[in-house]
Every structure is written in structure tokens, then in C-alpha cells.
Ligand binder design. Structure first.
Ligand code: IMP
Ligand code: MG
Length: 186
């Protein structure tokens, strides 16, 4: 089966980053983070739903103590951001004095990460760092530092490896980008 192009609902996507390249890059990123975290007892906060695949690979590529918790925020409908962020699942762990690494699928406008940083602040973590699979630098609208990035990409909509289009495509092994082609038959 030719999987260079795929169709999800009304849209056509083409293969953009292969699973082999993702695997190599995520492994390198894990090594960098591990190196920086020497002597720490970090808490990883995985942002659901999109980051579940990235987090599974990233965290299994790391050795040493690591605690993992999950949060869920939502800002996207279809292929665009709504601008407002809903907290669907709050954090249960105590972050006071902890080194926190937020694991996110993609930083687009940055609104989700900006909201999260403000949410965590009153709980007084020692420090909060962000590890994102993807960053769209041209779309960034907030003054936030994304400490670890696997891939910087143009301001185009992508799916796969955890990322969805209307809740579809999260299980794709590669990352796909939207093409101009429209599909009318769903
Ligand atoms: P932000 O708040 O604008 O930075 O958007 C972040 C969230 O929007 C991410 O956690 C994703 O869930 C979603 N998102 C942003 N860009 C894309 C994309 O290209 N494909 C799929 N989801 C995206
Ligand atoms: Mg997300």
C-alpha cells in the first residue's frame, strides 16, 4: 500500500517526516534531556491527548529516576486554534520544589504552553522546562521558551505520531502534512 499520501475525512496529507527520522531524533533529544537532568528527580507532565506517542518513546529512551503524570488541555478544533484553552484534566501530582518537564506534541501559537506555565506557577515548582516534538516558530504568539524541540516545522497543519485531525490519524507511524488537495467524498 502506498502511504506517501493519505486521506482523512475531507483532507489529503502527504508523508513529511518518516518514522525512522522521528526515532533517531527523539532518541537524541532523550539523551540531551537526560544529560541536563543529571542528579535531578524530575517529574514529567505529559500533555494529553497528542503527546502520548512522543512521550512513550522519549521516556523509554531515558534512564534514571523519572515520575510521570498527565494533564489534558484543549485549544484546537479541526485544523485551527480556538484561542481559548480548556483544562480538561488537572494535575494531581505535587510540583512544589520539583524539576518539571512538560512533554507536548506541538507548540503552535504557544497559547496552551503559556496557559500551562501560568497554571503551574502558584504551585511553586523549582523549574519548568518544555519538551516538544514539533515547534512552528512562525506561529508562536507568546514569549515562551521551548527548551527541547525535536523538529521545527513551517506553519502547516500536521497529523500522525499522536497528532490528530478531528481525532483521526493519531496512530499513524509517520508525520504527515496537509496538501492543497480537497477530497469531497468522505
Ligand atoms: P497552541 O496552543 O496554539 O500552541 O496549540 C497547541 C495545541 O494545538 C497542540 O497541543 C496540539 O494539540 C494542537 N495543534 C497545533 N498545531 C497542530 C497541528 O498542526 N496538528 C495537530 N494538532 C495541532
Ligand atoms: Mg496537544
Amino acid at each position: 500500500m502506498n502511504m506517501d499520501k493519505i486521506r482523512i475525512k475531507d483532507k489529503v496529507f502527504r508523508r513529511y517526516i518518516s518514522k525512522a527520522e522521528i526515532a533517531r531524533t527523539v532518541k537524541r533529544l532523550a539523551q540531551r534531556i537526560q544529560e541536563d537532568l543529571k542528579g535531578e528527580q524530575p517529574l514529567f507532565i505529559v500533555m494529553l491527548n497528542g503527546a502520548f506517542v512522543f512521550a512513550a518513546d522519549l521516556l523509554r529512551a531515558m534512564e534514571g529516576p523519572c515520575e510521570i503524570d498527565f494533564m489534558r488541555m484543549k485549544s484546537y478544533e479541526g485544523t485551527s486554534t480556538t484561542g481559548k484553552v480548556d483544562l480538561l484534566q488537572p494535575l494531581h501530582s505535587d510540583v512544589k520544589g520539583r524539576t518539571v518537564i512538560v512533554v507536548e506534541d506541538i507548540v503552535d501559537s504557544g497559547t496552551t504552553m503559556w496557559t500551562l506555565l501560568h497554571y503551574l506557577e502558584p504551585y511553586k515548582p523549582k523549574c519548568v522546562k518544555i519538551a516538544a516534538l514539533l515547534l512552528k516558530p512562525k506561529a508562536l504568539r507568546h514569549d515562551i521558551k521551548v527548551d527541547y524541540v525535536a523538529f521545527e516545522i513551517p506553519d502547516d497543519f500536521v497529523v500522525g505520531y499522536g497528532l490528530d485531525y478531528d481525532e483521526r490519524g493519531r496512530n499513524l507511524k509517520d508525520i504527515y502534512t496537509l496538501t492543497e488537495e480537497e477530497q469531497t467524498d468522505k
